[in-house]
Design a protein around this ligand. Structure first.
Ligand code: AMP
Ligand code: MG
Length: 319
């Protein structure tokens, strides 16, 4: 069975197709870009503009679609509506069933598929999010998270103050290669983390000429990544899990992967990182998540959107 998924929660309008053995056939997307940030109606206008072109391109490449899925939330309401409306009309046109899925859980499921993890602790580190998640007691539960901004946004904020360009993560990674350690605030509370104090101090050290850009980039990474390793390890011990799966755009960072890999090896656990073409928002993960739910017997009666749906509110039928 071929499953087609539509992603439209935020900046990305994506359409992907996957079969029930997990083989990815198509992964098309268009990402809204704007230096000022995301105004929901402007992003939705972008999605409306590109939607038919992307859907038609996908339908030219694959025939015999058996299921349509869309991301029903969480996300920006006008953007969610574009994706849902396209999914509804496509399911009518092709006379195939429709399934709505949670975007965050789709990130976790596609990670498990491509990294062959069975029951990991998930470390989700994107621009806006930093969360430590695990499946326990029939639900995906959030064991720890950032108390202020996501690590990607923290790196970008630091980079903006220093005119490093956007996104700053890859630039900071490069500059960090020639740096040495200076002390920065390390903020872990239980399984939660916080990055805003780290950003403030890092910016101040550079602007006051007290440390070089390279040293601060290096130390920013070492501090933030060590915080993540500590909370991920605590979650693994607490939940008794022996796999760690890194998800999200910050997962492109080689030093972060190295630190997490060392931590896992020291406790005889497995570390995996989702490849970058599937780590960002995409339609394939929605297609796969829809397929899992459909095969578990889920059927959608009335299409709807859930802009604030929490990960731990989702009833899990497929595991
Ligand atoms: P996402 O929100 O998952 O699309 O991820 C985007 C975030 O990943 C941005 O904040 C980037 O700065 C960050 N990012 C991308 N590449 C790297 C890298 N090599 N190191 C650190 N952060 C990165
Ligand atoms: Mg996402």
């Amino acid at each position: 069975m071929l499953s087609l998924g539509i992603e439209s929660t935020a900046h990305t309008f994506g359409v992907g197709v996957i079969d029930d053995s997990g083989k990815i056939l198509v992964n098309e997307k268009s990402v809204f870009k704007n230096k000022k940030g995301m105004v929901p109606d402007e992003v939705a206008a972008h999605h409306k503009r590109v939607a038919d072109k992307i859907i038609n391109k996908v339908l030219e490449k694959v025939k015999d679609i058996g299921l349509i899925s869309y991301s029903h939330g969480p996300g920006l309401p006008p953007c969610l509506l574009v994706g849902m409306n396209k999914a509804v009309s496509l399911s009518k046109k092709l006379s195939v069933p429709l399934v709505g899925v949670n975007h965050c859980i789709a990130h976790l499921s596609i990670g498990d598929l491509v990294c062959k993890t069975k029951d990991p602790v998930y470390l989700y580190v994107s621009g806006a999010n930093t969360q430590i998640i695990a499946f326990t007691n029939k639900k995906f539960r959030i064991f720890g998270q950032t108390l202020d901004i996501g690590l990607g946004n923290a790196l970008d904020k630091f980079g903006r103050e220093l005119n490093l360009g956007f996104p700053a993560g890859p630039v900071i990674e490069r500059l960090a290669k020639n740096g040495k350690y200076v002390r920065l605030p390390y903020a872990v509370k239980g399984m939660d983390v916080s990055f805003s104090g780290l950003v403030t101090k890092a910016v101040r050290l550079v602007k006051e000429g007290k440390a070089s850009v390279n040293d601060v980039c290096f130390s920013f990474q070492e501090t933030a990544f060590s915080m993540l390793a500590e909370v991920a390890e605590r979650a693994m011990a607490h939940c008794n899990k022996s796999e760690l799966l890194l998800i999200g755009g910050v997962g492109a960072n080689k030093r972060l992967c190295e630190i997490l890999d060392i931590m896992c090896k020291e406790r005889d656990a497995v570390f995996r990182s989702v490849p970058q073409d599937l780590a960002g928002d995409n339609g394939v993960m929605i297609a796969w998540q829809g397929l899992l739910q459909f095969k578990a017997g889920e059927r959608l009666i009335k299409p709807d959107i859930f802009p604030y749906e929490r990960t731990d509110a989702v009833v899990v039928s497929w595991r």
